[in-house]
Design a protein around this ligand. Structure first.
Ligand code: AMP
Length: 111
């Protein structure tokens, strides 16, 4: 099933891309919750984290590493990496994505 992020991946919908490689694409969130708010998505259309297969583990690991590199590229020394898994956890787009959030002090617990 194609989502809005699938349409960003294939260029149908514009996005401000900040990074990409063969595994994934990162672009700025259209409704940022902090001065830096980036979404990192795999090119592979995994709907949600709990639907990843064991064979996806190396891919997800590389994306988590890429997330730290993107945060550094953004000049963040501290950052929050968030994956909402399911509607009850706040997921609204069912193409797996890692939120990279920073640039201000972040409270805990989140809402
Ligand atoms: P989640 O609630 O975890 O599924 O996160 C979805 C995120 O996608 C939200 O933070 C939205 O602001 C963001 N979003 C939705 N549509 C777009 C878009 N076209 N470009 C960039 N970010 C988007």
């Amino acid at each position: 099933m194609s989502t809005i992020f699938g349409r960003i991946l294939n260029g149908e919908i514009p996005a401000t891309r900040v990074w990409e490689d063969e595994d994934g694409v990162a672009f700025r969130d259209v409704n940022p919750q902090a001065p830096t708010h980036i979404l990192l998505i795999p090119r592979k259309p995994i709907a949600r984290l709990s639907e990843m297969a064991a064979e996806d583990a190396p891919l997800i690991g590389r994306l988590m590493h890429a997330a730290t590199q993107i945060a550094a590229q953004e000049g963040l020394t501290d950052a929050r990496y968030v994956i909402n898994d399911g509607a009850g956890a706040g997921q609204t787009v069912f193409h797996l994505h890692i939120h990279i959030i920073g640039g201000r002090d972040l409270g805990w617990p989140p809402g």
